[in-house]
Ligand binder design. Structure first.
Ligand code: GTP
Ligand code: MG
Length: 391
């Protein structure tokens, strides 16, 4: 739906973007909101801006607390392992119980609601890779608007590489899933790959406006896109448009980008009476959009599937490097994402490796001739053995 913002509002948003100081930024956002007409077309936008203000306020608070020596709960958890997976769900679904079953974390499993109030990170082993699971404090109605620790929980979801959405089969599991998905949507996190994507990378003054289109504009021309950006005074930016995109999507991206996070639904408490029919309802609701893994954390049932499903959903691949002349490849793999090339591998080993790269040799079953001599652009796959030769 078009927002049809008046030019004053668009100008004000340009001011917001150019303001660094958080206090001033919040002030300008408030002014912006007063210039936005209150109709259905601007509802989403108004919500988004209010949420941004809440996040800024929270960050200011945190900084203040830090200065006062009271390190409050952290907004981000440092990543470890092949991927960071945020564990989300309403209270009491068994998130802590899952963490306790899959990792060696010391967790508090409790029948009392809202037992976990801070993110708890722990390492989960799967074959020869490690994932970081982070239990997020429970999602509730209103989390995305800043209720309780909601902003922290959703920031964690946005920053993670993937999500486990956990539901409790002893209660209305579809209702729980709906609630969590609703809050994620408000926080601009999608669990399915969108058909199109708009990325606006603001550049230094004088850089000019560059629109890179590697997809299709559904209801507008390139000229419309540029005119829209200019109406928001975005003159120095690289705008990447991929897939199928509408003009509304471009306007959306001006305020905040949407992120996609591969997700897995974990349906817990399979041991309780009536769980099977509840599981059927969950599967019907999910309708194949994301994988569903049914478990009982307490009885340790079905958990072995979780590793494989996460590994696939996150598109992790393992690559084993070999020193030229060595007989055996390394035991510990490098973990990359599906589609990664030899250049990505070289870069993750050492920055010099890409610069001084001569050629690589790859051993893999799928190759007709193995080992094969390849260049930086070669796409790697799970299980490949790679020997990099430098100049
Ligand atoms: N029957 C059954 N109960 C379970 C299972 N997993 C967890 N529970 C129980 O569910 C309750 C909540 O478990 P927690 O792991 O603390 O739940 P949580 O999602 O971490 O909850 P909060 O952190 O408080 O939001 C506890 O009483 C657990 O014993 C299960 O597989 N089956
Ligand atoms: Mg918990």
């Amino acid at each position: 739906m078009p927002t049809n913002l008046p030019p004053e509002a668009k100008n004000k948003w340009a001011e917001v973007e150019n303001t660094r100081n958080p206090r001033d930024k919040i002030q300008r956002m408030q002014e912006f909101l007063s210039l936005v007409p209150q109709h259905k077309g601007t509802m989403k936008l108004r919500g988004q801006v209010k949420k941004k203000m809440a996040v800024l306020r929270k960050e200011m608070d945190e900084r203040k607390q830090k200065r006062a020596g009271r390190g409050g709960p952290k907004l981000f958890i440092e990543k470890e392992g092949a991927a960071q997976v945020a564990l989300l769900g309403v209270t009491n679904v068994g998130k802590s119980c899952l963490l306790g079953a899959m990792t060696n974390a010391n967790v508090l499993v409790s029948p009392a609601p809202y037992a976990t109030r801070e993110p708890v990170p722990a390492v989960m082993n799967f074959e020869d890779v490690q994932f970081q699971l982070v239990e997020a404090p429970a999602v509730m109605q209103g989390s995305a608007d800043g209720r309780a620790w909601g902003l922290q929980t959703l920031a964690l979801a946005r920053n993670a590489d993937g999500l486990v959405l956990m539901v409790d089969l002893s209660r209305d599991a579809v209702g729980q899933l709906r609630l969590v998905l609703g809050e994620l949507e408000k926080a601009r996190v999608l669990i399915n790959k969108p058909r199109g994507k708009v990325d606006i990378d603001r550049r230094y003054m004088g850089a000019g406006l560059r629109v890179v289109l590697v997809g299709k504009l559904l209801d507008c021309t390139l000229r419309d896109v540029k005119a829209l950006l200019q109406s928001y005074r975005i003159g120095d930016a690289t705008v990447k448009i991929s897939g199928e995109v509408r003009l509304d999507d471009v306007e959306d991206a001006i305020f905040e980008s949407t992120t996609y996070r591969p997700s897995v639904v974990v349906a817990n408490k399979l041991d309780v009476a009536g769980a099977a029919s509840e599981l059927e309802r969950v599967e019907g609701f999910v309708a194949g959009r994301v994988p569903v893994v049914a478990v009982s954390c307490e009885k340790r049932l079905g958990l072995e599937r979780l590793g494989t499903v996460l590994f696939d959903a996150l598109s992790v691949i393992r690559v084993y490097t070999k020193q030229p002349g060595a007989r055996e490849p390394s035991q510990r793999p490098f973990t990359l994402r599906r589609g990664a090339t030899v250049a990505d591998l070289a870069r993750s080993i050492h920055t010099d490796f890409e610069r001084d790269f001569a050629f690589a040799r790859v051993w893999a079953d799928r190759l007709v001739f193995s080992p094969q001599k390849v260049g930086l652009g070669f796409a790697l796959d799970d299980g490949d053995v790679v020997e990099i030769h430098v100049k």
